[in-house]
Design a protein around this ligand. Structure first.
Ligand code: FAD
Length: 306
């Protein structure tokens, strides 16, 4: 299958790069699901994989354990997420040093959601990094890290307007960020308009679209409303009546995400970040549609060919 206007040949030559985001498992069962997903997705040759840091810094130990294991036991480039909410500058700097000691060389630097989760009021503490730009400066001062940050095609809910939001992105870049990953979105026009705004503001780092395959429409729409992501009517229509039919919902989710990434490729996008939710099936299927293939190699491992 190719998207409208995209030939199979041009897709294979498109030079697609992907990255995968996981969250740290909270139980043995979840741990197994995570490693199964890593094993399935790793042969596709992602540019990097990342591991989230729970709201309010709540998963610090689990994140560190997962990141360290990925760095030690796989050949994958690993990015550790790091938030500065509800922690002092010293505490956050200690995590930066731990990442470095574990061999991690990329950090996704974020202010973070408060412990109550997305949408809760953020309380600024004087002894903390004040926002992601401030945190970028701290990580940059350590040296040696590739710094990745967030970007919001529909603006962050805390930002009064796009200008304020993009000003924050600019400060993050001035303080060392070299790439941004967007909040998930479903309307590619909004992403394109945002990238134009960002470029007009003189920001030239890659703005990599964050793609969230819709594993569960109800959960995704609730989360979207807290994050300020617009859920188009056409998307709700596609999942209507599938509440008790996860198998069909999953097929629809793959089709929806495939449509979205194919359209983005037509608009010139080559890099994609997948919010996997620690499940490999949808992300794997979409990457397959993007032309990525797992290639067996002699030593019993596999590596990707695009
Ligand atoms: P920032 O970029 O610092 O700020 C967001 C907006 O808030 C700014 O645009 C600015 O207008 C406003 N703002 C910031 N500081 C101030 C201030 N001092 N005064 C007034 N307004 C201010 N959350 C987690 O908890 N853990 C994760 O692992 C995680 N990973 C993520 C990965 C990606 C790719 C993305 C897009 C988001 C992720 N999040 C994560 C969610 C993120 O933490 C939240 O969206 C959070 O509310 C903002 O963090 P930020 O780094 O984007 O904030």
């Amino acid at each position: 299958m190719t998207g409208p206007g995209i030939s199979r040949r041009s897709l294979q030559n498109a030079g697609i790069n992907v990255s995968f985001e996981f969250f740290p498992p909270a139980s043995d069962k979840m741990e197994e699901a995570l490693w199964n997903s890593v094993q399935r997705l790793a042969p596709l040759g992602p540019e990097f994989v990342s591991v989230t840091y729970g709201a309010g810094g709540s998963t610090r130990e689990r994140t560190m354990r997962t990141v360290a294991r990925l760095a030690k036991e796989t050949d994958l480039q690993v990015a550790g997420h790091l938030t500065c909410v509800d922690a002092t500058i010293n505490e956050v700097d200690a995590v930066v040093r731990e990442y470095w000691a574990a061999g991690v060389r990329s950090i996704v630097a974020l202010r973070g959601d408060p412990s109550g989760g997305a949408g809760e009021e953020f309380i600024y503490r004087p002894e903390s990094y004040q926002n992601a730009a401030h945190l970028c400066a701290g990580i940059h001062a350590h040296g040696g890290f590739d710094i990745i940050v967030s970007a919001y095609p529909e603006k962050h809910p805390d930002s009064p307007d796009f200008a304020t939001d993009i000003e924050m992105l600019k400060r993050k870049v001035e303080n060392g960020a070299t790439r941004a990953i967007t909040q998930f979105f479903f309307d590619n026009d909004l992403y394109e308009a945002y990238v134009e705004r960002v470029r007009r503001a003189g920001i030239y780092i890659p703005i990599v679209p964050g793609i969230l395959p819709v594993h569960n429409f109800q959960k995704v729409s609730t989360f979207a409303s807290r994050c300020g992501t617009h859920v188009p009517i056409w998307l709700a229509d596609r999942f209507e009546g599938l509440e008790d039919d996860p198998q069909t919902a999953s097929l629809v989710a793959a089709a929806v995400a495939a449509d979205q990434v194919m359209d983005l490729i037509e608009r010139g996008v080559t890099d994609f970040h997948f919010y996997t939710m620690n499940r490999s099936n949808l992300s794997f299927a979409i990457c397959h549609l993007l032309g990525l293939r797992a290639k067996p190699v002699d030593d019993g491992h596999t590596e990707a060919a695009a």
